[in-house]
Design a protein around this ligand. Structure first.
Ligand code: PRP
Ligand code: URA
Length: 206
C-alpha cells in the first residue's frame, strides 16, 4: 500500500529542502525533522501489549510496544533520516545497508551490510530519502528479507511512480510511505522536480 503524507509541516519542510539555495545545514535539519514527523504517522499501526504498572495513585494496565523496531538506513542518504526516527523510537536497533547506484546502468551495488539479530521478530523500517527507479529499495528489501524480516515498511521522502511500481511488483507485502510523489525521472534517473542528489546535499559532497 502506498501512503503519501499530506501534513502541512511535512510539505513546508520539504519545500525548504527542494530549494537549490538551501544550505547543507538547513537541508540536514529539515530532513531530520521530517524523519520524525513521517515515522510518527507511519507507526500508528504498531501493535501494543498490556503492561501492569503502579502510578503514585494506584495500579493500572498500561501499554507498551509489542515488537522491537529495526531501522535500516540505505547508505549514505538514508542516514540523514535516521536520527529523526531514533528520536521517536529510541529503543530501535539499527541495521546498515551500503548501496550505491551505478551512474550509467542505474543498477544498485552493495558495499556494506550489518544487521541486529532480532530482524525475524521485529518491525523493519527501511529508510532512504529518494525512491527513483526503485532498484536500491528493491535490493535493500531483498537483503532484509534474507535476514528473516517479515513486517517491513519503506519510508522515503520523494518518490517517482517508476520506483513505487518496482517495489510494489517485487515486494507487494511492503507498505510504502512518501512525503511527495513527483512527476517523472529524467534521462539520468533523477527525480523531477525532486531535490537533486540527496547524499551530496546531506553531506556537502558537491
Ligand atoms: C541515491 C538514493 C537512493 C538511490 C535511489 O543513492 O539515496 O539510495 O540513489 O535511486 P534508485 O531508486 O534509482 O535506486 P546513491 O546511489 O546516489 O548513493 P548515496 O546515498 O551514497 O549518494
Ligand atoms: N538519487 C538521488 O539522490 N536523487 C534522485 O533524484 C535520484 C536518485
Amino acid at each position: 500500500m502506498l501512503t503519501v503524507f499530506d501534513h502541512p509541516l511535512i510539505k513546508h519542510k520539504l519545500t525548504i529542502m527542494r530549494d537549490k539555495d538551501t544550505s547543507t545545514k538547513d537541508f540536514r535539519d529539515n530532513l531530520d525533522e521530517i524523519g520524525s514527523l513521517m515515522v510518527y504517522e507511519m507507526t500508528r499501526d504498531l501493535p501494543l501489549t498490556d503492561v501492569e504498572i503502579e502510578t503514585p495513585m494506584t495500579k493500572m494496565t498500561g501499554s507498551k510496544l509489542a515488537k522491537d523496531v529495526v531501522v535500516v538506513p540505505i547508505l549514505r542518504a538514508g542516514l540523514g533520516m535516521t536520527t529523526g526516527i531514533l528520536n521517536l523510537i529510541p529503543t530501535a536497533k539499527v541495521a546498515h545497508i551500503g548501496l550505491f547506484r551505478d551512474e550509467e546502468t542505474l543498477e544498485p551495488h552493495v558495499y556494506f551490510e550489518k544487521y541486529p539479530k532480532n530482524m525475524p521478530e521485529a518491525v523493519t523500517i527501511v529508510v532512504d530519502p529518494m525512491l527513483a527507479t526503485g532498484g536500491s529499495a528493491v535490493a535493500a528489501i531483498d537483503m532484509v528479507k534474507k535476514q528473516g524480516a517479515k513486517n517491513i515498511k519503506l519510508v522515503c521522502l520523494v518518490g517517482a511512480m517508476e520506483g513505487v511500481k518496482n517495489v510494489e511488483e517485487h515486494h507487494p507485502d511492503v507498505d510504502i510511505y512518501l512525503a511527495a510523489l513527483d512527476d517523472h525521472l529524467n534521462e539520468n534517473g533523477y527525480i523531477v522536480p525532486g531535490l537533486g542528489d540527496a547524499g551530496d546535499r546531506i553531506f556537502g559532497t558537491k
